[in-house]
Design a protein around this ligand. Structure first.
Ligand code: ZN
Length: 173
């Protein structure tokens, strides 16, 4: 949930459930979570196995916590844009090369997020400023944007997986 006022903005990221559980239940819970791109021991092979067999849109699969843990709405939109992959493309229509590049990008984006404590997907060279000096509105690629940063087409916005999805109809296929 985001609360934006004139001078301040808050991102409220709260747990969806909070309860005391036994150690065995904790393991079951962790087993239900997919691979976490931030972890060194994350196994992209497991993720590829799920995605390459699914007819579901890749934009929806990226939000499925049982496949990949930790990819939120902003990362999915901007990583897919960055790789030129349209969010409605079925998972099984991604090539192995596309998946590998997408996974790599997600790992980088999430690591940058941890390092700067905010989501930054824009390229410092394109913006002409270091990540630490980027201004508000410069840090993201297509998320909540009106026009494409590459080709100036109007950005499409629609609901995918119950969240707003953003994509460029010209740059992503
Ligand atoms: Zn474009």
């Amino acid at each position: 949930m985001r609360v934006v006022g004139d001078r301040k903005a808050f991102d409220l990221i709260g747990p969806t459930r909070c309860e005391l559980i036994a150690e065995s239940d904790k393991q079951k819970l962790l087993d239900r979570l997919g691979e976490d791109p931030l972890r060194d021991d994350a196994d992209p092979e497991v993720v590829w196995n799920r995605i390459s067999r699914s007819r579901a849109p890749i934009g929806k699969l990226l939000l499925n916590q049982s496949i990949i843990a930790g990819v939120g709405n902003v990362f999915r939109a901007d990583a897919l844009f960055d790789q030129g992959i349209h969010p409605e493309r079925p998972g099984r229509e991604l090539s192995r090369e596309e998946f590998d590049a997408l996974w790599q990008r997600l790992c980088e984006f999430l690591a940058i997020g941890v390092r700067y404590n905010r989501i930054i997907t824009a390229d410092p060279e394109t913006i002409g400023r270091t990540r630490g000096r980027m201004r508000k509105g410069e840090r993201l690629l297509v998320y909540r944007k009106v026009t494409c940063p590459e080709c100036v087409s109007a950005i499409d916005r629609w609901e995918l997986g119950n969240r707003w999805m953003y994509a460029c109809p010209a740059c992503q296929s």
